[in-house]
Design a protein around this ligand. Sequence first.
Ligand SMILES: C=C1C[C@]23C[C@@]1(O)CC[C@H]2[C@@]12CC[C@H](O)[C@@](C)(C(=O)O1)[C@H]2[C@@H]3C(=O)O
Ligand SMILES: O=C(O)CCC(=O)C(=O)O
Ligand SMILES: [Fe+2]
Length: 324
Amino acid sequence: MVVATPIQIEKIREVDVPVIDLSCKQSKVAKLIVKACEEYGFFKVINHGVPHHIIKNMEDESFQFFDKPLPEKMKLVGSADPFGYGSKNIGLGGDRGELEYLLLQTNQNAIDDTSKFMRCRYAVSSYVDGVRELACELLELMAKGLGVPPSSFSHFLKCFNSDSLLRLNHYPPVTHTSHSSFQRGIIGFGEHSDPQILTLLASNFVPGLQISLGNGVWVPVSPDPLAFCVNIGDVLQAMTNGRFVSVRHRAMANSLPTQSRLSMVFFGAPPPEATIVCPLQLLKQNKPVYRAFTWAEYKSHTYAHRLGEVRLDHFKISDDEKVT
Ligand SMILES: C=C1C[C@]23C[C@@]1(O)CC[C@H]2[C@@]12CC[C@H](O)[C@@](C)(C(=O)O1)[C@H]2[C@@H]3C(=O)O
Ligand SMILES: O=C(O)CCC(=O)C(=O)O
Ligand SMILES: [Fe+2]
């Protein structure tokens, strides 16, 4: 018997995503962040303290890199495997997008090694230092709002061998001549959740990012070069026993005729050997939803699967396994 798969109708909904002002009182901010993480798994932060010149410098260096001829980019950083330069291929499993990118590891040795493409590697290391510090501050506010020890989540990012990444995505204009005409809503970077703990994304003024509310409803996120977009990754969903949601998101292709879109994305991750478990304070009467796993295990599962996979399902404890 052939079973027809239901066609999902997509809807775009204009929703005001939470914007959190970090200059407000800490206890109030912590509550607002927890609410945003539970409702959306996503929020924007303003007055975040990362100096504007550091963000601008990273943006300028990124554009200069992407402006280089292809052979030069390849010669400088090599082809993404997964680190390095990639164009249109995302990951190693056949996913495609309307972008080119540079994926970098962020530990100091890796920065020294792979940021040869930058006139000054100082741009990368000061950007990474700034966003890592902000990510730790946000994770500590989340811990405060949840009533767990302050460093429950942030300590992973502070380890010398934290597996955090920096991804620079460049979306050149995709015009109707370069794509079949009348095709609406060309995808630039397909629907997915981020596997790590926390993602901080800065972009220029060109729109593209959308977050999912489920059931085919997508919310466009207006670009704001003064803000960071923050989203919960799979590991933080697991560490909060499913209380925070690892939001599914995507980027639409850039439809502006003359301007390029740039996103600079920091993925805060644990070290490979770290074990991912939920702090006891969050379990109380609730049974654990996910089994304990290491980041290395989660990563190898991630890389063996396609972009749009719901990876955490594989780590769920089934009802018969749950201890009563
Ligand atoms: C298709 C893939 C690309 C990806 C690894 C994966 O197998 C599935 C997850 C993808 C993703 C999404 C978020 C980040 O951009 C990324 C670097 C990550 O950690 O997981 C990418 C991976 C990638 O492009 O290498
Ligand atoms: O470029 C964007 O807006 C989204 C990119 C993204 O989701 C990613 O790099 O994981
Ligand atoms: Fe993402």
